[in-house]
Design a protein around this ligand. Sequence first.
Ligand code: ADP
Length: 380
Amino acid sequence: MVSRKKHMTLGPDDLNAVFSSMAEGLLVVDASRNIAALNQVGGILLRVAPVQAVGAPIADIFKLYRIEQNKRTPWPLDNLIKLDFTRVHIWDHVYCENKVGKLFPLTLMATPLLKAGSMNGAVILFRDATDEARVDLAKSDFVAVASHQLQTPLTAMKLFAEMLDQDTGDLTAQQRKEYQQLLRSSVERMIKLVNEMLNVSRLEAGALRIQPQTTDPVAFLRQIIKELEPIAKEHACALAFVEPPKPLRPIPIDANLLSQVLFNLVENAMRYSTGRACRVAVSCENKPADRTYVFRVADNGIGIANADKKRIFSKFFRADNARKLQSNGSGLGLYVVKMIVEAWGGQIWFTSREGAGSAFSVSIPSRGMKARKGTKQLSK
Ligand code: ADP
């Protein structure tokens, strides 16, 4: 004999339990457009008690909109009621304003309510799509910034390549050299941007590999300053290393990661100082009370307005004063830097006064960076 394990069967009363245990909002509307049922999750999303909603016109409770170019237009509820009963209807990017005035995106699904073979209203499933909308927005921001930032160097490359190509001996040697240099700097700008974008997706996708080796921070910084000298020259900037009064004990440091962070901070310090007598100072000190080594990059540049300060590390953020001074930039550098610093167990912060200058600091625990096996390596 086949033995059957005991299993639960649902009676008509249990359907209420199913109804209120659902993760989605569920709303049933009758043929006269009144609400016949609303489950608990639906009530929470719409901020109405299900018992109060039942019997009310759907238009009073379910206020839906389309938002295009920041303009809000009502989304017709007819869409939900006049259904073709041969298929399921799904909508994205519909916004709902609930009873407490909160506007949020919804994903909606509707099917006709069939009773005795005829349509008696609709069954509507809905859920808060705020997270998906955020991801969509981040993706479209990414594409918008990337295409805009790639377009400028690409256009320049095309122009200079054509000029060199069509030259029948009219260009002087000096002009040829100039065009070749401009061509190269456009290519470099493109590579930088593509690398920044790759680094963002690597850092967002998984663990960053950290391979620290015992390093003398002062000797390391002297080397970094040397490598940065030519860039400082290009920006007509005085770059100084303010050495600590006492030598610092060598600690485990992933030199690639630290140099990437410092390059980024020093380049920003120079780029956002152009046009003034630019001075950038790099320093490093031991803070025994906090058990950290702090690396600091200070400039006398354009500074950061108070209103912009909280957004400085956000992906794609560029302050207005920075955009005016430097048309190229992606707003990805500091976002990447912050992720790197936090991955090695440190912190990043800044002080700044608009028109006077900024100082960015990053810390490393004084026991050193923690090694991590991660699979992701960054490009420079
Ligand atoms: P990008 O430089 O490509 O715009 P970042 O992520 O490196 O992107 O920087 C984000 C924003 O932070 C900059 O656009 C600028 O508004 C501001 N910023 C960064 N560093 C400085 C600095 N040293 N001085 C003034 N503003 C800065």
